[in-house]
Design a protein around this ligand. Structure first.
Ligand code: NAD
Length: 284
């Protein structure tokens, strides 16, 4: 049986980054340095490594990365103050806040405070509201990555039956809304959804963002479907080795689907590319 075409997130991300480098250079020629201002409160070794990788990704396309670090015990007012300063600074065009924030900080209030035009992660509720109204907005990066990957297949979204597994605010819901905007017929599922398998089996486009390894097995996927795996799960394999997998049983689903995105090397690298693209867009 023919195997699914793999949607190579790393290759797609490289193409996006190459075109961004050109746009950044054009802005520089006009005397405008593109920059991304990131706020990190406390954070473990992993969070610092993530920020360092982000800085590196920015450098590859010529974006300046400014990390604003606050101690783990910073107050809500201190974090809010930094956001206000960045909002008011005309030299700052792109702001993001590393998650999770310590418990004493009201995350939703901080996200809502980020200027809508500078909110490159699309976490201010006004940005998702603008998507619903079909207005220009900064769209959450992972949702954008999913859409780009679906579009890269050339499969028509309009009129397709799309199922989004998982309905979180930052991934599942924005993906469902974007697919609706593209005039797919969309079903959004969650942990309480009944007859889940029946729904996924009818999907021409299946996006899984549940965070459950092995959730999408070959017998719940329609033949020829576009399958996008957003999940990032650490598991211990049969040899006792720790590894990263998605929600989709990749090896089995590959023989049923028409297109499939791998983990790692799928949505992850494209999400980074979309953050950079939003940063350039905000600067432009
Ligand atoms: P979340 O925990 O906030 O939400 C999970 C959603 O999945 C919920 O709506 C829940 O009801 C649903 N769900 C859970 N189990 C289910 C099941 N058995 N059947 C159907 N629905 C089920 O998660 P999140 O923040 O949206 O992240 C989801 C996954 O995507 C995680 O693995 C996360 O690591 C990954 N993720 C990847 C990227 C990326 O860049 N690739 C970005 C963000 C999140």
């Amino acid at each position: 049986m023919a195997e699914a075409t793999i949607i190579d997130g790393r290759a797609l991300a490289k193409t996006v980054k190459d075109s961004l480098a050109t746009r950044v250079a054009a802005l520089e020629a006009q005397g405008k340095q593109v920059r991304l201002d990131a706020v990190l409160v406390g954070g473990d070794q992993g969070a610092h490594l993530y920020a360092a990788n982000q800085a590196k990704a920015c450098r590859t396309v010529g974006i300046m990365y400014m990390l604003h670090e606050l101690p783990e015990d910073a107050s809500h007012q201190e974090v809010a103050g930094i956001i206000e300063d960045l909002n008011d600074d005309s030299g700052v065009t792109a702001i993001m806040v590393h998650m999770p924030l310590p418990a004493q900080i009201d995350t939703a209030a901080i996200q809502t405070r980020i200027s809508v035009e500078k909110d490159v992660e699309g976490v201010n509720p006004a940005n998702i509201g603008n998507i619903v109204f079909g207005r220009r907005s900064l769209v959450p990066c992972t949702a954008l990555a999913v859409m780009e990957m679906i579009e890269s297949t050339g499969v028509a979204i309009r009129g397709a039956r799309a199922v989004c597994v998982g309905a979180s605010t930052i991934v599942g819901k924005p993906v469902a809304v974007l697919l609706m905007q593209a005039e797919a017929t969309v079903v959004s599922t969650n942990i309480h959804t009944k007859e889940h398998d029946e729904l996924t089996k009818g999907a021409d486009i299946l996006v899984s963002a549940a965070g459950v390894p092995g959730l999408i097995s070959a017998d719940v996927v329609k033949k020829g479907a576009v399958v996008i795996d957003v999940g990032i799960n650490r598991i211990v394999d049969a040899d006792g080795k720790s590894k990263t997998v998605g929600d989709v049983d990749f090896d089995a689903v590959r023989s049923v689907a028409g297109y499939i995105s791998p983990v790692p090397g799928g949505v992850g690298p494209m999400t980074v590319a979309m953050l950079l693209r939003n940063t350039v867009q905000a600067s432009e």
